[in-house]
Design a protein around this ligand. Structure first.
Ligand SMILES: Nc1ncnc2c1ncn2[C@@H]1O[C@H](COP(=O)(O)OP(=O)(O)OP(=O)(O)O)[C@@H](O)[C@H]1O
Ligand SMILES: [Mg+2]
Length: 243
């Protein structure tokens, strides 16, 4: 059985942007990437899966449960937002502990999980620091730790490494991939960077203007692009990388 199934999901904003008729089955433990240029509907798709947007039409399943109308807190999914969305008046520790306290875990368990999650993103020494006194990259890593700490079945990641410098991005990417495998979490990862998608994902969906052009393994996408757009998007990115 698939972990996440989108069945013709459509969410179109009044101005016309969004996602149309998106259909996919994502397997338990799969690392799945949504790839495409700015404005193609990646965040919209992720927000629908998280329950932060209600689709205009289509159905969403987690396992065999229809979760289309279920509020976000009743889905065992955690999202890392493009804009981090940290709690500004709290320390690093309190931010990472937030979801664990909401789940009423015992204090020692909370302390262990926060420490584990912060170690993973190499921020264990900053646990007492207010998040407003961190750099953008550090804040991004706190957001990642906060999502991982609740051990979600489904981890939704919206460009979670975009504010890290190249070295840290590479290191965090590797750790994220190892962690995802170790915990067996299903991950849906939004990026506009094909290299990141190809490195991390088992399969990739390529979107443009709210339409899905292809779903396939990195090898299929790279060697057998389904539409002229997929081919030209990958080509442009390759050319940009060589510069
Ligand atoms: N709340 C909203 N109200 C109206 N239009 C929106 C809203 N959110 C997104 N859109 C529009 O829907 C389209 C898809 O937006 P979305 O945020 O899903 O793109 P994206 O692929 O995540 O882009 P980026 O890579 O820039 O983050 C865009 O044209 C955007 O302007
Ligand atoms: Mg986005």
């Amino acid at each position: 059985m698939s972990a996440v199934r989108c069945d013709a999901i459509t969410k179109v904003y009044t101005e016309g942007g969004g996602v149309r008729e998106f259909t996919v089955e994502i397997q338990q433990g799969e690392f799945f990437a949504l790839l495409g240029p700015s404005g193609c509907g990646k965040t919209t798709t992720l927000r629908v899966i998280a329950g932060l947007e209600t689709p205009d039409s289509g159905k969403l399943f987690f396992g065999d449960q229809n979760v289309t109308a279920l509020p976000p807190e009743k889905r065992n999914a955690a999202m890392v937002f493009q804009s981090y969305a940290l709690f500004p008046h709290m320390t690093v520790f309190e931010n990472v502990a937030f979801g664990l306290r909401a789940r009423k875990l015992p204090k020692p368990e909370i302390a262990t999980r926060v420490a584990e999650s912060l170690a993973l993103v190499q921020l264990e020494s900053l646990d007492k620091r207010p998040v407003t006194d961190l750099s953008g990259g550090q804040q991004q890593r706190v957001a990642l730790a906060r999502a991982i700490a609740v051990r979600p079945d489904i981890l939704l990641l919206d460009e979670p490494l975009s504010n890290l410098d190249a070295e840290l991005r590479y290191a965090t990417r590797t750790q994220l991939s190892e962690l995802q495998k170790r915990l067996g979490i299903t991950a849906i990862y939004v990026t506009h960077d094909q290299e990141e998608a190809v490195e991390l994902a088992h399969r990739i969906a390529v979107l443009k203007d709210g339409a899905c052009h292809q779903i396939g393994t990195p090898h299929e996408i790279l060697h057998n692009p389904a539409t002229p757009f997929v081919s030209s998007f990958l080509e442009r990115q390759r050319a940009a990388m060589k510069k």
